[in-house]
Write a protein that binds this ligand. Structure first.
Ligand code: PRP
Length: 215
């Protein structure tokens, strides 16, 4: 089997994250032609010229691959980094995919937040929700994990509020919900395996210098 020690291996979140990342890389002169075939079902692509490998995975798996060293570097949203809570170093804000993690709900839920009532919180991000309510706000809440369309939670009375991503705000608006509290800003970030950070520091520094001017 080929030894890839001399390569930089990247785990990229499938879809918009990987497309936008490769756009930035191309501007910086890093190309991976193999990745451009829209009909390909391949999951790993190599650029022999740049001595780089790229593989695509589901966003939440990116920090896992990076923590275990299967990838030296990952690109994924800060929401996923916070939720997965893996042992990785965040080294760069790539500046795209900007949005906010917020507590949202009907306006009437503002009072329940204010008085620290024991409320029900629905979210795709139970770790972020728990950390925010338990540690930042000191409020005991019941967290209910959902897998999508979280805005339904308050509408069908599953939960009082939700913790979710707000980008344009149109999903909230169309469902009669508002932002009640902002937890943190989000965007795509570059993360690095702690060992690669030491062993491949020159290459990683060089990469960051190259792409920084295009973000
Ligand atoms: C995300 C998020 C909100 C919506 C916010 O959902 O969970 O529902 O986008 O965007 P907006 O503020 O621009 O309306 P996504 O589209 O990823 O689907 P999901 O609800 O199935 O998770």
């Amino acid at each position: 089997m080929k030894n890839y020690d001399d390569y930089l291996t990247f785990a990229l979140g499938k879809g918009r994250l990987s497309n936008k990342t490769m756009e930035i890389f191309e501007k910086a002169g890093i190309r991976c032609e193999e990745m451009k075939d829209p009909n390909s079902r391949k999951l790993i692509f190599t650029s022999e010229e740049d001595k780089m490998r790229f593989f695509l995975s589901k966003g939440p798996d990116v920090p896992t691959y990076v923590e275990y060293g299967s990838a030296d570097i990952g690109v994924v949203g800060r929401d996923t980094i916070l939720e997965e809570n893996r042992n990785v170093h965040e080294i760069l804000d790539l500046g795209f995919g900007k949005c906010r993690m917020c507590v949202c709900g009907p306006e009437s839920a503002a009072e329940k937040l204010k008085h620290r009532e024991r409320i029900r919180v629905a979210s795709k991000y139970p770790v972020i929700a728990r950390e925010y309510f338990n540690n930042t706000k000191n409020q005991t809440v019941d967290i209910i994990k959902l897998n999508g369309s979280v805005e339904l939670g308050p509408i069908v009375e599953l939960a009082d509020v939700i913790v979710d991503i707000v980008e344009t705000g149109s999903t909230l608006k169309e469902n009669g919900l508002v932002v009640l509290e902002e937890i943190c800003p989000l965007s795509a970030r570059m993360i690095v395996n702690p060992v690669s950070m030491q062993l491949k520091s020159e290459r990683i520094k060089d990469l960051v210098l190259k792409i920084r001017q295009f973000i």
